[in-house]
Design a protein around this ligand. Structure first.
Ligand code: PLP
Length: 412
């Protein structure tokens, strides 16, 4: 394997075949590099089209593995890109797609990252993994660790949605509930790491979750080729991403760069849109201030647990993507994102997670302001299944029928 590992901030290179977390010099995230020049002659789109692998691992050459036999897969990736009908609330969006990540194992795109990270952790000798999570990362880590035969140790805020806690406990993770926020949980992982020999799988604190998430960028080019008349790889004009730690945003941007170096696509790029919740919008605030990094967002709160990240270690990378892509950053209220979920459900037949409800609400805002044109090709990410958030949408009082009463249908 000719892959390399270097710091995204200071550029210092690190040995790739060793378990490690952040840059030993500056404490920032590490990113994987590939010898794309060497791959170029033989690693082509035709090779990908001809593969039968039904997972994100069909992009094996640009994934951090020495050998395919190392891969820990549950069938992640290869999710559908669904076209929205332009009527009702969707009038004015003629080319709108949803990349539906709810099809992933454990019901969210966290599966992609964990498949890559757990694959790599096991190959490099880890026997147990640990992470803080207030949502879908917990379930994904649990099930990939189970598939790999690793121990999984979780620290979850005690107000984490019950579905996330239950699936992790059923999957055999050692779940600890904590009377604090995700940052407090992260500190416990840091404190126990050396003592108990855990490998830390926190967002962007190890270099491989992002490699899994970047496959969304590769897939988009192939999905849109299938949807186009000439079948060539292509990217949309705009991508909306519900942003917490930002791994998918940073990962897709990396994928586009790799594809250009491979000669698969040209220099054109989508405008990337960061979407956050009104009361937890550190990246939006930093973007609006023209800053290069984000400050901690005090008293962060939102029902969209994937967006509840008041401070992200990859903040400077997200802000760089926004600037390079001529993108923007938008926040929406909890009411607006839940309304977005209802609109997509009734209007398009998709039960989005609230994070993705936010993305649809943001798209409407930007269409109204004129930032989005009517003819633009737009992709929204549905990062997880709405079913994990049933607690947010109680159905209210439903009519109760007595089937022995011949008049019971009179209530209709
Ligand atoms: C984790 C998560 C996000 C945020 O993803 P990042 O890559 O950390 O920004 C968005 N939506 C859902 C459903 C999530 O679980």
């Amino acid at each position: 394997m000719h892959n390399s590992l270097s710091c995204a901030a200071c550029g210092k290179s690190h040995e790739i075949d060793r378990l490690q977390n952040l840059c030993t010099d500056c404490g920032k995230p590490l990113l994987v590099g590939y010898d794309l020049e060497q791959l170029k002659p033989t690693f082509t789109p035709e090779v990908i089209w001809s593969r039968r692998t039904r997972s994100m691992w069909r992009f094996l050459e640009v994934m951090p593995v020495a050998d395919e036999s190392e891969v820990v897969s549950l069938g992640e990736g290869q999710t559908p890109l669904l076209r929205c009908r332009p009527d009702g609330a969707f009038d004015g969006f003629t080319h709108l797609w949803v990349k539906d990540e709810s099809f992933n194992p454990t019901g969210s795109f966290k599966a992609r990252g964990m498949s890559a990270a757990v694959t790599r952790a096991r190959a490099l000798g880890a026997t147990s993994v640990a992470l803080p999570s207030a949502g879908n990362a917990a379930g994904a880590a649990t099930y990939y660790a189970a598939a790999a035969g690793l121990d999984c140790v979780l620290f979850m805020p005690d107000d984490t949605p019950p579905s996330n806690i239950i699936e992790s406990a059923v999957g055999g993770a050692r779940v600890h509930l904590v009377n604090g926020l995700i940052g407090d949980c992260g500190k416990l992982v840091g404190a126990g790491r050396e003592r108990f020999g855990w490998f830390d799988l926190s967002t962007l604190k190890e270099p491989f979750r992002i490699e899994g998430k970047k496959t969304m960028g590769y897939e988009l080019a192939f999905d849109l080729a299938e949807a186009s008349s000439d079948g060539t790889l292509q990217l949309p004009d705009v991508i909306f991403y519900p942003t917490g730690g930002g791994t998918g945003l940073i990962g897709m941007w990396k994928a586009f760069d790799e594809m250009e170096q491979l000669g698969w696509i040209g220099p054109a790029r989508p405008r990337m849109v960061v979407v956050q919740a009104e009361h937890c919008a550190p990246v939006v605030r930093a973007f609006e201030a023209g800053a290069e990094s984000a400050e901690l967002f005090e008293n962060a709160r939102t029902v969209a647990s994937g967006l509840r990240v008041p401070a992200a270690i990859g903040d400077f990378l997200m802000l760089r993507v926004l600037s390079e892509s001529h993108g923007t950053a938008v926040s929406v209220s909890d009411d607006a994102l839940l309304e977005g979920v209802r609109e997509m459900a009734g209007g398009q037949g998709l039960f989005l997670c609230p994070e993705a409800g936010a993305v649809w609400a943001a798209a409407k805002q930007l269409r109204e302001s004129g930032w989005l044109g009517a003819e633009e090709r737009i992709v929204l990410f549905n990062t997880g299944s709405g079913l994990k958030y049933n607690h947010l949408s109680p159905p209210g009082d439903l009519p109760q029928l007595d089937h022995t009463d011949p008049d019971c249908l009179e209530v209709l």
